[in-house]
Design a protein around this ligand. Structure first.
Ligand code: NAD
Length: 503
């Protein structure tokens, strides 16, 4: 049997139980159907076959889950940080033990290639360990003294929180939000994306088997406008950590306004990779191709605009096109595959629509621009050249393996093109001129910048965007700022006489 066939058969074994029982909600430690009994389906983008029916949760299911999270909060928030750390490390161990199952289910549910997803579970476990280690010091604050008084700050978990996640790399992204929330002492109601619900169910099961008490993490599946909306509007939920599209973020902000929700948003991007003619072109080309064609281009930090100095524009475009043309597109469980099928026919349709838009706007499709085959959501890695920054293909987040190349003349031109989008998540800069790198990184509007490399994540560093790309930062101790309230207590250092209003 070929490796691909072996992997497919193992994936079928892992997925079989979901086909039988469906992807149920998980509330207070129990699997349960939606109270209405309604379901939606999760479909594999490999061949559009139905993987499983999925509970279609609504407000009533969210009410139950929030009650469970409120009750569990009374105990979980009072456990010592050391105890939470120990439990969350056990969760990380258990994730590692089931890494293959997580990876295979993720590949079949999302279409992401195994070569990237095999690391997703390990990244998820690393997130749990990293945030677990901060649990014992999460409450710590500062002592701020004057001769008269001593102010002592400390932090306390904000309460039950809602986590709403997208479909692009759902397992890794969920852990990125859930692990710090749990480490901080919050309890969670998680609403996974309707297109990719399976690994959220695995996560809650794994976590409880590893010792996470029931009700600390609850999962309610369903549509954004139903379960998602109800979660954001619930008065028992103190904050919403959301990863998804910018316009959904703005809807969530409006939905949460009546209950004064704290929000943390990781939203869309249209990130530039800027290549100057003094750069190491070999590395720059490979990094640019990697950041748009890995993870199917369904990646918030993808380098979706290739800004190249006009002196080397043709050469760089030719070389990126050459890589794109040679990338293996195929079944996500084939270890050789780089680009798998896009998440869902609806999203595939959106991505394909940009090929016509590019032609209509006068750009050139240097490579790709096609749907591949009839079955499954396969799209060829694509490069648009001769593009201008005011074209739709340069302004909108396509969220597929599609790169738009735009020439620039000099530093000022590069900065003005790079910043001329509504987004500001990431920017990649390639130059060997240090002073130019400093000038450029000072001027670029992005929450994260990488000089002379692709996106390399360092967990202690802040992650997040500016402009329409987000609000708030994850990573380091920034995540804890979101999931905790800072409280100040003032003590007198000498006898204090309050003002006497009657005297
Ligand atoms: P989406 O906004 O359509 O959906 C994300 C989640 O929000 C889903 O669970 C959905 O059900 C839910 N939702 C939708 N409408 C809702 C509503 N009215 N109220 C509450 N919840 C609602 O995003 P998507 O298409 O699943 O994911 C792709 C997007 O995610 C891209 O824009 C991408 O850039 C972004 N993303 C950002 C980051 C980041 O870190 N900045 C990371 C990954 C993905």
């Amino acid at each position: 049997m070929s490796i691909l066939n072996e992997n497919i058969s193992r994936a079928e074994q892992y997925l079989e139980r979901f086909g039988q029982t469906g992807v149920l909600n998980h509330i207070a430690g129990k699997c349960q159907s939606a109270l209405s009994g309604d379901t939606i389906e999760t479909v594999s983008p490999v061949d559009l076959s139905t993987l499983a029916p999925v509970a279609r949760g609504t407000g009533a299911d969210i009410d139950l889950a929030v009650s469970a999270a409120q009750e569990a909060f009374l105990d979980w928030s009072k456990r010592s940080g050391k105890e939470r750390r120990a439990i969350l490390h056990r969760v990380a161990d258990a994730i590692e033990e089931r890494a293959e199952e997580i990876a295979f289910c993720e590949c079949m549910d999302t279409g992401q290639a195994l070569r990237f997803m095999s690391k997703a579970a390990l990244r998820g476990a690393a997130n749990f360990r990293f945030f677990a280690d901060q649990a014992p010091s999460a409450e710590d604050g500062a002592a701020l003294r004057t001769p008269e008084q001593m102010n002592v700050t400390s932090k306390r978990p904000i309460g039950p929180v809602g986590v709403i996640t997208p479909w692009n790399t759902p397992f890794m992204l969920s852990t990125w939000k859930i692990a710090p929330a749990l480490a901080a002492g919050c309890t969670v109601v998680h609403k996974p994306a309707e297109f990719s619900p399976i690994t959220a169910k695995l996560l809650v099961e794994i976590a409880e088997e590893a010792g996470l008490p029931p009700g600390v993490l609850n999962v309610v599946n369903g549509l954004g406008e139903e379960a998602g909306r109800a979660l954001t509007e619930h008065k028992g939920i103190k904050a919403i950590a959301f990863v998804g599209e910018s316009h959904t973020g703005s809807r969530i902000m409006a939905q949460g306004a009546a209950t004064l929700k704290r929000v943390h948003f990781e939203l869309g991007g249209k990130n530039p990779v800027i290549i100057f003619d003094d750069a190491d072109i070999d590395r720059a080309v490979e990094a640019a191709a990697f950041m748009i064609y890995s993870l199917n281009g369904e990646r918030c930090t993808s380098s979706s605009r290739l800004l190249v100095q006009d002196t080397i524009y043709d050469e760089v475009c030719e070389r990126v096109a050459d890589i794109a043309g040679r990338i293996k597109v195929g079944h996500p469980l084939d270890p050789e595959t780089v680009v798998g099928p896009l998440i869902h026919p609806e999203h595939e349709c959106k991505v394909l629509s940009y090929f016509d838009k590019a032609r209509a706007e006068g750009a050139t499709i240097a490579v790709g621009g096609d749907k591949i085959g009839d079955a499954g959501c396969y799209v060829s890695p694509t490069l648009f050249t001769h593009a201008k920054n005011d074209m739709v293909i340069a302004q909108e987040e396509i969220f597929g393996p599609v790169l738009t190349a735009i020439p620039f003349a000099d530093e000022q031109d590069a900065v003005s093109i790079a910043n001329d989008v509504p987004y500001g998540l990431a920017a990649y800069l390639w130059t060997n001129d240090l002073t130019r790198a400093i000038r450029m990184t000072d001027a670029l509007e992005a929450g994260m910048m990488w000089v002379n490399s692709e996106n390399i994540r360092h967990l202690p560093a802040p992650f997040g965007g500016v402009k329409a790309s987000g609000i708030g930062r994850d990573g380091g101790s920034w995540s804890f700022d979101f999931y905790m309230e800072t409280v100040n207590v003032c003590f007198p250092r000498k006898v204090h006489n309050p003002p006497n209003l009657a005297r």
